[in-house]
Design a protein around this ligand. Structure first.
Ligand code: 5GP
Ligand code: ZN
Length: 118
């Protein structure tokens, strides 16, 4: 088991949220993942799902290790918020052109309304 300081990047915004150094509206937490509300929501429900280990994004090979836990959390959270049946959208932004702002792997969950066609 890695120590916390080996798993986190002290300069990373989401690692600071994991450590509760920066407040966030938490929706769900377990050993491996955290879900909180996006500070600038782009839909009536806009959540961010992150691993509790610092992984820079979807192109980081370590992201593969986290994906099972993230998938399981997405299923639990959408069930809990009763949006599993109505539907939701998952978004991952990657890199400069994909407009990834925070280099800590995260899935956006957008829901609570009928979203625009991509
Ligand atoms: P990205 O563009 O990297 O895919 O998404 C980063 C997301 O983090 C953005 O949607 C942005 O609104 C959100 N965000 C940025 N800073 C904060 C913060 O301090 N707290 C929360 N809860 N969300 C943030
Ligand atoms: Zn991080």
């Amino acid at each position: 088991m890695l120590e916390e300081d080996e798993m986190l990047d002290q300069d990373c915004l989401f690692c600071k949220i994991i450590q509760k150094k920066i407040p966030a509206e938490l929706v769900f937490e377990d050993d491996q993942t955290l879900v909180f509300k996006d500070i600038y929501p782009k839909a009536s429900i806009h959540l961010l799902v992150i691993p509790k280990k610092h992984v820079s994004g979807v192109t980081d090979p370590h992201s593969l290790v986290e994906i099972n836990a993230i998938w399981s959390t997405i299923n639990k959270v959408t069930e809990k918020l009763a949006i599993k049946d109505k539907g939701f959208r998952l978004v991952i932004n990657s890199g400069h052109d994909g407009r990834q702002e925070v280099n800590h792997l995260h899935f956006h969950i957008l829901a609570g309304e009928r979203l625009k066609v991509l």
